[in-house]
Write a protein that binds this ligand. Structure first.
Ligand SMILES: [Fe+2]
Ligand SMILES: [Fe+2]
Length: 470
């Protein structure tokens, strides 16, 4: 193959030698792509389902990102299969029973440690190996669109794997315990019985006995947090009532706004339950909702960064889970989505995201400005997702909004109930946080700000009676 004055031939894809590679017939290519698709789908489901009850904050955030990335690759793989085959594409078929056992076991892992080992030390690695193998086997010219899907997926899988292996080391899971190793052997056997994740190896004859997935799976959407969240039912500091009160200075409001952002941990916790419990939607629904879930996790990260920028220890603020707790334990998935939509509709007018951005501007806080700028932009997308995937189930937008409002009222805030049950005393933590901020930034505490003590007992987060985040 001779090219014009040594300009790279074949669009620069590969060498002429590689272009002569025997490659994979379309049938085989599609068969394999469907297995990667299945793996990404199960990973997406597992990362999502484990967000609420996973106590470790950093893992909640990482699961939110990894679920979003997996959802994107599911979408790409579906599209690629659809390019090569007419419907029905058979993308909802389980490609192999032992592969199902492999993923069911990981989804059902009872502890964080086993979950991490199953996900990052087995499933992600197996998927990486399969995609690399696909790229090595297929003809890079004739199957370039599939190669592209695999390459982009591998790029992000490498990030996911790096996070996983660092976490496994950090938590002392390398090497795993004897009991963990025994369970990991079941995963290995399941994969071997499936001929590997891509089904290209000889199938090992094995009798697989389900272990953690022997009982029907019961999802646990009751939120949990690690020790840094000492008082998760605390509703003793009303962030909105402070921010919207013109009597307080912008700098203290920015501090409160960083709390509001960090508190958004509760949105992924509640959205995860909607995504997992809502069945039978087009993939685009799960993709869009998972993107939004990750955005809300990013908003929490913005809050964490904000606290760090001021040198204030965020664990002094009581970052509660009262919102996700109440939603996940008291409402149906559609009602939860209704509440989310209702809150987000309230964030679009002047009093919402624009107000928060202008507040950051007034305080001349560059980190807060940047965060609020993007938070506002994200909200535009979320309002769109709400219209497309929530409102569509109702006669019109007004009815959809009304349903959300009613769902919110139905849940009422349990302020006194949680106090009566001894779950919290709704302690006012604001003075501690504000004083630390003053110390760190060398400013004299404002007596009025220091004395702030409005709770969520009677005022909702949209300041209508009793409040939320999105
Ligand atoms: Fe948000
Ligand atoms: Fe949002």
């Amino acid at each position: 193959m001779k090219s014009y004055r040594n300009v790279p031939p074949l669009a620069g894809i590969c060498s002429p030698q590689d272009a002569l590679r025997e490659g994979l017939p379309v049938d085989e290519c599609v068969r394999r792509l469907k297995r990667y698709h299945y793996a990404f789908k199960r990973l997406h489901q597992t990362f999502t389902a484990r967000i609420p009850a996973e106590p470790i904050y950093e893992l909640k955030m990482a699961f939110s990102l990894h679920a979003h990335l997996c959802a994107e690759h599911v979408g790409d793989l579906r599209k690629r299969v659809g390019e090569m085959r007419e419907p029905p594409l058979g993308l909802d078929v389980v490609p192999e029973p032992s592969l199902e056992i492999f993923f069911d076991e990981i989804l059902s892992a009872p502890t964080t440690e086993e979950l991490l080992l199953g996900l990052y030390a087995r499933a992600i690695q197996a998927l990486q190996a399969a995609l690399q193998e696909h790229m090595a086997a297929t003809n890079p010219v004739v199957d370039q669109p599939s190669v592209r899907v695999c390459r982009l997926a591998l790029l992000e899988l490498a990030d996911i794997a790096a996070f996983g292996s660092q976490t496994i080391t950090a938590l002392g899971l390398n090497p795993p315990s004897a009991q963990q190793s025994e369970w990991l052997r079941l995963l290995d056997d399941a994969l071997a019985a499936a001929g590997g994740l891509d089904g290209t190896k000889d199938r090992a004859a094995a009798t697989l006995t389900r272990y953690y997935s022997a009982k029907p799976l019961q999802f646990n959407f009751v939120p949990r947090r690690d020790q840094r969240f000492a008082d998760p039912f605390n509703m003793g500091v009303n962030a909105e009532a402070f921010i919207y009160n013109p009597d307080y200075p912008p700098d203290a409001k920015v501090l409160m706004m960083f709390f509001k952002r960090l508190r958004e941990i509760d949105v992924p916790e509640m959205m995860a339950s909607i995504i997992v419990e809502t069945k039978g939607k087009p993939w685009e629904y799960y993709r869009a909702m998972s993107r939004q879930l990750w955005d809300e996790a990013r908003h929490a990260l913005m809050g964490e960064v904000g606290f760090a920028s001021l040198g204030v220890d965020w664990t002094k603020a009581q970052v509660n889970f009262s919102f996700s707790y109440a939603l996940n334990t008291m409402l149906t998935p559609l009602e939860r989505h209704g509440v989310l939509y209702f809150i987000e509709q309230g964030l679009m007018p002047k009093a919402g995201k624009r107000f928060e951005y202008e507040l950051a501007q007034a305080a001349r806080n560059p980190i807060s400005m940047l965060c609020q700028d993007y938070d506002w932009a994200d909200e535009v997308l979320h309002a769109h997702i709400g219209r497309e995937w929530y409102v569509a189930d109702f006669k019109n937008a007004a009815e959809a909004k009304n349903f959300g409002d009613q769902s919110w009222s139905k849940m009422f805030w349990n302020y006194s109930k949680w106090a009566d049950e001894g779950l919290t005393q709704h302690r006012n933590w604001w003075p501690d946080v504000y004083l630390e901020y003053c110390r760190q930034t060398g400013i004299k505490p404002d007596e009025k700000v220091l004395a702030y003590h409005e709770t969520y007992e009677t005022t909702r987060a949209d300041l209508k009676e009793v409040t939320g985040s999105a």
